[in-house]
Design a binder for this molecule. Structure first.
Ligand code: UGA
Length: 431
């Protein structure tokens, strides 16, 4: 059992904290937001994550999990301090380390001599050195070491991914420290890779960039399917059975979004350029992704007969993917903004996105259920793959809509044949 501090109670910090407590460690998790700390201390989860509330309750009841305001209070008795603060994107694309540096400055004076500071947020190559320098300058004991232990969890599956990761990567120049960090994961069944800090940092970016590349590739094949009259679903089946390709992350859609892929691809591009390497492949990945969102807008425009101006359109889904409340870099939000800019009037339904998420957009009415979103419209666009949309009574949807009864399914979620039989003009991606 170890004493762990987790700095930052966000999409990475909260799952990290509750899972370490679940594994038997004593965890203090810090955030700057007092309301958030109060909520978490009461056992209320400020983010939507399957299984989170149960683990939060377990940790609080066992006494192994506490939440505090301020990084220094959390770090005082810690053997390991996990930095889980945001690393947002600079205009240049580079990762902004100011929250990381601020946290390092706050914890430095209170750290124990043998404490290990662990970079869990996604940080560019060289960040372990940056954090070590900031710690020293702010008065940390000379024995304090810094390691990189990047996070690979997916939002919406954060608990399951943290407790059963595909791998744990620990980057540290000091092997004894790397082993100490690895031991925190003793009860997690996963291969553990101990390596140097730069390699660990690159693993994280390379993994996200590879998955983003896979998505842009799949979206490009889907676009090709549309012009050669092939069915992308069949193509995905035929490709996915090859284990070298696999079925995971092979779904075409409106392009990848979220707080990770867009930011990390941009940061890797910036990093490569700053070291004098032109990563042309990744530049194309970004271009394809941006174009993909526009293709969805074009499909909606076409379904409306060429122009969306003055048209009432139903929207199903706003979050960047299903099972999360996160709207950051959501392709759905991009499509909604583009349609509004072209003069459309939107009736928008999302099961979890914040009610005020579209307040800044004139021409958007948020409605309470998917049927209401379709009511009075002649075109509905499905932008996030919420399971509940599959189970709708499409006869009821049809009854509330006007002709020409079009559905643009940007996630290939729905049964195209069944919808066509019901009289809908159905447009998916690559089918
Ligand atoms: C991603 C990675 O999957 C995690 O391994 C990583 O730890 C995380 O970023 C991070 O860096 O913190 P996440 O952003 O939660 O996780 O979401 P994903 O489920 O990977 O989806 C990202 C985007 O790609 C979504 O917009 C999703 O709709 C899209 N996507 C995903 C597709 O369009 N097609 C697919 O087949 C899969």
């Amino acid at each position: 059992m170890s004493e762990i501090a987790v700095i930052g109670a966000g999409y990475v910090g909260i799952p990290t904290a509750v899972c370490f407590a679940h594994l038997g460690h004593r965890v203090v998790c810090a955030d700057v937001d007092e309301d958030r700390v109060r909520l978490l201390t009461k056992g209320e989860a400020p983010i939507l994550e399957e299984g989170l509330t149960a683990l939060l309750a377990e940790g609080l009841e066992s006494g192994r999990l506490r939440f505090v305001v301020g990084a220094a209070d959390a770090a005082r008795d810690a053997e390991f301090v996990f930095l889980c603060v945001p690393t947002p994107q600079h205009e240049s694309g580079a990762a902004d380390l100011s929250f990381v540096e601020q946290a390092a400055r706050e914890i430095a004076p209170v750290l124990r001599p043998r404490a290990v500071v662990v970079n869990k947020s996604t940080m560019p190559v060289g960040s372990t050195d940056v954090v070590a320098r900031v710690l020293r300058a702010a008065g940390a004991p000379a024995e304090v070491t810094v390691a990189s232990n990047p996070e690979f969890l997916r939002q919406g599956h954060a608990i399951a991914d943290t407790l059963a990761p595909h791998r744990v990567v620990v980057g540290c120049d000091d092997t004894e420290v790397a082993v100490r960090v690895s031991e925190l994961y003793r009860d997690v069944k996963a291969p553990i890779l101990v390596t140097d800090p730069a390699s660990a940092e690159v693993v994280k970016y390379a993994s996200n960039a590879f998955l983003a590349t896979k998505i842009s590739f799949v979206n490009s094949i889907a676009n090709l399917c549309e012009v050669v009259n092939a069915d992308m679903r069949e193509v995905v089946l035929g490709m996915g059975y090859d284990p070298r390709i696999g079925f995971e992350t092979l779904h075409p859609g409106p392009g990848y979004g979220g707080s990770c892929f867009p930011k990390d691809v941009a940061a890797l591009l910036d990093m490569a350029t700053s070291y004098g390497y032109e990563f042309d492949l990744l530049r194309s990945v970004v271009a394809v992704n941006e174009r993909q969102r526009d293709r969805v807008v074009e499909k909606v425009r076409a379904a409306c007969g060429g122009s969306v101006a003055g048209r009432s359109i139903g929207i199903w889904g706003l979050t960047f993917k299903a099972n999360t409340d996160d709207l950051r870099e959501s392709p759905a939000v991009y499509v909604v903004e583009a349609l509004v800019a072209e003069g459309a009037e939107l009736r928008v339904y999302d099961p979890v996105a914040a009610a005020d998420a579209t307040d800044h957009l004139a021409g958007v009415e948020r409605v309470a259920d998917p049927y209401e979103a379709a009511t009075g419209t002649s075109v509905v666009a499905l932008l996030t793959e919420w399971e509940e949309l599959k189970a709708l009574d499409f006869r009821e949807v049809r009854a509330s809509m006007q002709t020409p009864l079009a559905i643009v399914d940007a996630r290939n979620l729905l049964d195209a044949s069944a919808l066509r039989l019901l009289g809908f003009a159905y447009q998916g991606i690559g089918r």
